[in-house]
Each structure stands twice: as structure tokens, then as C-alpha cells.
Write a protein that binds this ligand. Structure first.
Ligand code: SAM
Length: 504
């Protein structure tokens, strides 16, 4: 009798990592904008399905020591690696279990947040259905579930290159060794097309993506036999059959018309139907390829917040810079602000402009919303208490910019400092990660590439025992032949602080 093949994830490493929008802080903030009151993040219970080596779950557990984390993973090697990673950080609040999603026992318990990243579109149908059953069985009454999937119609375009690669790999006895060969085959087909033809352009875009990603991503995300993309509507139907309700996108900007050109916005205004039908129409309009969606239980009422009272205790962070600094804060003078990804917003209200100025000064830290309004009004020269109208306008300003991905709403603040102290400390998590490779996780649960060797050396040594001179001395020793000054160490520290890697 032949043995069943070992799971692909035991044979080909998947790089995994932190997915910012799957963090309970971001899920909780999104849920609050719909009037939900999810469990406090500091003490929440989190389950991750298909957690791999814990690249997402373990950084969460590090940042939330009083919360409890369970990861479920089928393949043995990632489980071993995850346990070793959690052990190296001395974490006792995370449990990575080798288990099939199909066999999760009923007594696993109840969770406030359940995450399935990289699962739904990439597993066979029975497992896909089991993911929804696990949400239904194990989600707390006010819990939130996160699930990403490849969406249609964009998935049809991606299938063009995927089909070519699958065909090429089917000719090989050793498909796993032949990723490069499969990409070369897609290039051969692309190059044979007339310049600018739609087929050529689509294949070329996919080649760029394949070449940019490690081979593990190619095999697990693109070539896994079970792969399927779905219409948003069909995923929502599936969730509803399991007693779940679509809440919103974990990255609301993915479906915000304001992020798209004017003709798209004009077309969106012509859509009828309910929210789900409109979002499905939107996917057709923008040729959506990918979604990260949030779900709650179907009895939960959604009441989008309209006033600052509904945002009580929430925080906001943003790194938006005016086109010309400093911006003119005068009421009625338009200033354009840009996010690091190039997205922009025009503002003319003095308090709104002052708010963005204050947030940029605090970045990457967040500011409590009532305090932001108070300080922004003061900076804008307004006296007295804000009127109810002004409070509503400010809430609208915050909610719209959050929905457009320009500002980040939070429900907690990590133990982070924005300016390096005399003997700076980086998170133990980032120090361990930088010893293993260039990608580290910020205290905001973002993946940060450290490609500057000086910054990497400095980061590895930020355990609170060295001052600037000590950091310089040790970095010089570690990088023989390189010449650099203490100013460069200071610049590296500013960069690490900017990315949310320094701890209190
Ligand atoms: C694409 S990876 C995603 C890993 C991680 N969640 C991430 O996003 O970085 C999918 C993971 O799900 C696991 N998986 C697939 N089928 C599973 C099943 N039936 N039960 C448990 N885990 C499964 C795979 O072994 C793999 O580690």
C-alpha cells in the first residue's frame, strides 16, 4: 500500500508572516465602526486556522501577553517551527497544535477572534466548508472572524498564467523543483504575443508577481491543486448558510470607491440593491482579485457609527504629509495630504488639517480621538466646546478616512516608543526575527523589510544595554570594511522608531 503524500507544507516552506488587518486590534476597530462591541483586545481569545509556522499568530501573542492564542496546522514541520519560535520568545500564551481543520473537537472552546488567512481559496471543498463550521461553532456571540480569499472576476485573469504553469509542471516528474521552468514557459508564451495585446499584458503582470515572491508562495498560493477563486456573493451565501453575517472588509479601502478613478465612482452611484449586491457589482467593476472579509454572527445588528460618542475610547494614527510643508491651516484654504502609498485627500477645514498635522507628529503612535479633537481645535484657534455638528463632522472625517485607508483606527496602543531613549530597546520579537532574515514584525503587526545592513546590525543589538556610542562600536565591529558615523546610527534608530520597532 502506498503512503498518502505528506502535506505540501512539509515539503515546501511557505514564508508566512504578520497580516496587519487580521490583528484583533484592527478587527476590533473595524467592528466598532459598525457599532459592535467586540471583546477587549488585551484579554481576548484568538484561534487561527492553518496557522503555518505561526508567523501571524506568534507576533500577536508576543504583543498581547494577557490574551490567549491557539493555532491549528495540518503539517508537522511548520508546527515544530512555530513551537520553536514561540519557545525562543518564552511565550506561554500560545498553543500551536498539529490538527486537521476537519477534525477540530467541539470542546476546543469559544474564541473572540478567529482567523483563516491563506486557507479558504487554497483547500479542498470539505475543508472550506469546515472553516465556516468552525466559525459557526467556536465564535463568541460578539466574536469576529477573518477570512481572505481570491476573488472573481480578477481570479479569471490570474488563471491564464496559472493554467500554463500547471500544464508545464504536469510534464515533470519532479514538479516542485521546476518552478523556474514553469515561469520561463509563461514568459515564452507572453513573448510570442503582439506587443500590448491583452493576453501578453496579463501574463507579464503575473510573471512580475511570480518573480517577486519566493517559490513557496508560487506553489502554495498559485499552484496548489485545490485553488479556487470565488465571487464575493457566493462566499457571503456560504457564510449565511452557517449562521454568519458579512460585516465588512478587513481592509475597507479595498472596496471604497474613493480609492478609484472618477468613472468607477460614477458607475458605483448607479448601482441599486442591498449592500451585498452593491459590493458584488463593485467587484465586477474593479475586476477584484482578492478580499479579506470579516464576519460576525447573523443575529448581530450592524449600526454604522455616526457620532464621536460611538467612537468612545478609540484611537487614530496616520502618517499623511501635506504637499507643501507646513500646510496653511486657515479655514477654506485647500491643502492636499499624501499617504506613503501615494493616496491623497484634500482638506479645507482648519481642525481637520490640524488633526493630520498632530497625527503625523505622533506617528507611529496613535492619539485618543477625543484628545485629538480637543488639540486640533486648539491648534486651529477655535475656542469653547465643539458643537454637536462639529463632533459629527469630525466623526465623519475619521470614519471616511479610515474607510479609504488613509488613517488607521485602533482600540489599543502597543508598548511602543516613537523616539529612541538613551539605551534603546527593540522588541525581542524583532531582534530574533532579524537574526533569521530581513523581514521583521513591528509592534503594529506590520511586516517591515530591513534592507539597510547598518539598521539590521543596530536592531539586533537593541536590548537596552547599549547607548549610541556602544551601538556604533558594535556595529562597526560587525561590519568590517564599512565606514559609518554615529549620525548614521541615529538615522537608523529614527527609521526603526518610525516603523514601530522600538519598545517601552
Ligand atoms: C497558505 S498557508 C497560510 C499560512 C498562514 N496562515 C499565513 O497566512 O501565513 C496555508 C496553511 O494551511 C494549512 N492547512 C491546509 N489544509 C489544512 C487543514 N485541513 N487543516 C489544518 N491546516 C491546513 C497548510 O498546511 C498551510 O500551513
Amino acid at each position: 500500500m502506498t503512503e498518502p503524500p505528506s502535506p505540501l507544507h512539509d515539503r515546501i516552506h511557505y514564508p508566512g508572516g504578520a497580516w496587519e488587518h487580521s490583528h484583533p486590534d484592527r478587527m476590533g476597530a473595524n467592528a466598532r465602526t459598525f457599532g459592535l462591541r467586540p471583546a477587549p483586545v488585551e484579554r481576548c481569545r484568538v484561534l487561527e486556522l492553518g496557522c503555518g509556522a505561526g508567523g501571524n499568530l506568534i507576533p500577536m501573542a508576543y504583543g498581547l501577553p494577557d490574551a490567549r492564542f491557539v493555532g491549528i496546522e495540518l503539517a508537522a514541520r511548520p508546527v515544530e517551527a512555530g513551537r520553536e519560535f514561540a519557545g525562543s520568545l518564552g511565550l506561554s500564551n500560545v498553543d500551536v497544535q498539529q490538527l486537521d481543520i476537519l477534525e477540530i473537537p467541539a470542546d476546543l472552546g469559544e474564541f473572540d477572534y478567529i482567523i483563516a488567512h491563506g486557507v479558504y481559496s487554497w483547500v479542498p471543498e470539505p475543508v472550506r466548508d469546515a472553516v465556516m463550521s468552525v466559525f459557526a461553532r467556536h465564535l463568541a456571540p460578539d466574536g469576529i472572524a477573518y477570512m481572505n480569499f481570491n476573488a472573481l472576476p480578477g481570479g479569471h485573469l490570474r488563471n491564464l498564467a496559472r493554467d500554463l504553469m500547471r500544464f508545464r509542471l504536469s510534464l515533470s516528474d519532479d514538479p516542485e523543483a521546476r518552478g523556474d521552468d514553469a515561469i520561463r514557459f509563461v514568459r515564452l508564451v507572453a513573448d510570442a504575443q503582439p506587443d500590448g495585446s491583452p493576453y501578453r499584458r496579463i501574463l507579464e503582470e503575473e510573471i512580475v508577481r511570480f518573480e517577486h515572491n519566493p517559490v513557496g508562495v508560487l506553489f502554495h498560493d498559485d499552484l496548489v491543486p485545490a485553488h479556487r477563486a470565488f465571487h464575493f456573493r457566493s462566499v457571503v451565501d456560504h457564510a449565511e448558510r452557517h449562521g454568519l453575517r458579512y460585516l465588512c472588509e478587513a481592509r475597507p479601502a479595498d472596496v471604497h470607491p474613493g480609492r478609484y478613478p472618477a468613472p468607477i465612482q460614477a458607475a458605483v452611484r448607479r448601482f441599486g440593491g442591498g449592500r451585498i449586491a452593491r459590493e458584488q457589482c463593485f467587484d465586477f467593476l474593479v475586476c477584484q482579485m482578492y478580499r479579506c472579509s470579516l464576519f460576525c454572527r447573523d443575529g448581530v445588528a450592524l449600526a454604522p457609527i455616526r457620532d464621536l460618542d460611538g467612537m468612545n475610547g478609540m484611537r487614530v494614527a496616520a502618517d499623511l504629509r501635506p504637499a507643501t510643508e507646513p500646510a496653511d491651516l486657515t479655514d477654506g484654504i485647500v491643502a492636499t495630504y499624501f499617504a506613503p502609498d501615494g493616496a491623497s485627500v484634500d482638506l479645507e477645514d482648519s481642525a481637520a488639517k490640524a488633526a493630520l498635522e498632530i497625527l503625523a507628529e505622533h506617528w507611529p503612535a496613535s492619539v485618543e480621538i477625543e484628545r485629538l479633537l480637543r488639540d486640533a481645535r486648539k491648534r486651529a484657534g477655535r475656542s469653547g466646546r465643539p458643537t454637536r455638528f462639529e463632533r459629527r463632522e469630525f466623526a465623519e472625517f475619521l470614519a471616511t478616512n479610515h474607510a479609504m485607508g488613509l488613517t488607521d483606527l485602533h482600540v489599543r496602543e502597543p508598548r511602543m516608543v516613537t523616539v529612541a531613549g538613551e539605551r534603546p530597546v527593540a522588541s525581542a520579537l524583532a531582534r530574533i526575527e532579524i537574526e533569521r532574515g530581513a523581514r521583521v514584525t513591528s509592534l503594529r503587526h506590520r511586516q517591515v523589510e530591513i534592507d539597510d545592513p547598518i539598521a539590521a546590525e543596530v536592531l539586533a543589538r537593541l536590548d537596552g544595554t547599549r547607548d549610541l556610542a556602544g551601538l556604533h562600536r558594535d556595529a562597526v565591529r560587525a561590519l568590517p570594511g564599512e565606514f559609518f558615523t554615529c549620525d548614521q546610527i541615529e538615522a537608523a534608530l529614527r527609521g526603526l522608531a518610525y516603523h514601530g520597532l522600538l519598545e517601552r
